[in-house]
Write a protein that binds this ligand. Structure first.
Ligand code: IPM
Ligand code: MG
Length: 361
């Protein structure tokens, strides 16, 4: 009997709807090849939801996601909503989904594709062969810590306050995900913190070090975040799997992404407890400057759909098929503007989608 998966689609803003169309077309195309089927339901999130309902993450959207097998998101945000108070900005949709679905583990692979080495801003010998997985804690740390807010004291002085806090439980569960991921890769894990200054990092380091006793096959090292930022640019090949907290992971995953030349190529997975729906989305944003002009690169969205199959639905073979199709179109010299190179053929978003469908046929 063929398996049916209920997928919540959140196209969001900017280039979101265009790239989502390609992602869905690819999923539809591979489904019969693997005897699976999808029931897609689209919901509002981000700026689109603000315009329609006044809120970036309407309750119906969250409950649809909670009752789905997986959530595929494109991108949210845009200048139009940037002046709203922070609790009403499109980004709140992401934070609300992360919190509401308990998505504590964010996997952000940054793998340089041989076809795109020259798109990197770094020298070929530095980036060739780079294959890094950033495991970012996603529902704790300074993003969610309390107390938080802007307060006025008795002297009338305003202070902005956020709290960077991790419990042992939070460190342990992200540590577990990272050690397991490293074990399936090269068995090398670097934990990034700021333990020379922050107590929260000292606890982090302590727990990760303890856990390493359970993983004698994984080589663990620790690095301060400032050094990690530098090492990512200096010699990125020293890294295999990186585990870090929410804020450091936000910053380092962008840096790691850029090693590959275009953030337009990178997918991500956000996972919670086993059996609960995960959320899959490109690392890039909504790119309002090119929205609606058929210029966007849909490949990160397509690769996010592949991650959904692999990590969210346990359909690894179907994920392999999609990833192979992406490699095939790149091998054929097909490129969107962001990854264009001399001698290649430049395509728009739609045409790139059609090339993928042809590769999958
Ligand atoms: C990301 C983004 C988000 C974050 C923003 C948009 C809330 O930068 O997913 O990395 O900071 O986590
Ligand atoms: Mg970010």
């Amino acid at each position: 009997m063929s398996k049916n998966y209920k997928i919540a689609l959140l196209p969001g803003d900017g280039i979101g709807p265009e790239i989502m169309q390609v992602g869905v077309a690819v999923l539809r195309a591979i489904a019969p090849q693997f005897e699976i089927s999808f029931s897609f339901e689209t919901a509002l999130a981000g700026g689109a939801a603000i315009d329609e309902t006044g809120h970036p993450l309407p309750a119906e959207t969250l409950s649809l996601c909670q009752s789905s097998d997986a959530v595929l998101l494109a991108a949210v945000g845009g200048n139009k909503w940037d002046t709203l108070p922070s609790e009403l900005r499109p980004e709140q949709a992401l934070l609300g989904l992360r919190g509401g679905l308990g998505l504590f583990a964010n996997l952000r692979p940054a793998k340089i594709l041989p076809q795109l080495i020259d798109a990197s801003s770094l020298k070929r010998e530095i980036v060739e062969g780079v294959d890094i997985l950033v495991v970012r804690e996603l529902t704790g740390g300074i993003y969610f810590g309390k107390p938080k807010g802007i307060f006025t004291d008795e002297q009338g002085v305003r202070r902005g306050l956020n709290t960077m806090v991790y419990s042992e439980m939070e460190v342990d569960r992200i540590g577990r995900v990272a050690f397991e991921a490293a074990r399936k890769r090269k068995g090398v894990l670097c934990s990034v913190d700021k333990a020379n200054v922050l107590e929260v990092s000292q606890l982090w380091r302590d727990r990760i070090t303890k856990m390493s006793q359970e993983y004698p096959d994984v080589t663990l090292s620790h690095m301060y975040v400032d050094n990690a930022a530098m090492q990512l640019l200096r010699w990125p090949k020293q890294f295999d799997t990186i585990v870090t907290g929410n804020l450091f992971g936000d910053i380092l995953s962008d840096a790691a992404a850029m090693l590959t030349g275009s953030i337009g190529m990178l997918p991500s997975a956000s996972l919670g407890e086993p059996g609960k729906p995960g959320l899959f989305e490109p690392v890039h944003g909504s790119a309002p400057d090119i929205a609606g002009r058929d210029l966007a690169n849909p490949l990160a969205q397509v690769l996010s759909a592949a991650m959904m199959l692999r990590y969210g639905l346990n359909e690894g073979a179907a994920a392999d098929r999609i990833e192979a199709a992406v490699m095939q179109v790149l091998d054929a010299g097909k490129r969107t503007g962001d990854i264009m190179a001399p001698g290649c053929e430049q395509l728009g978003c739609k045409a790139m989608g059609e090339a993928l469908l042809a590769a999958l046929a």
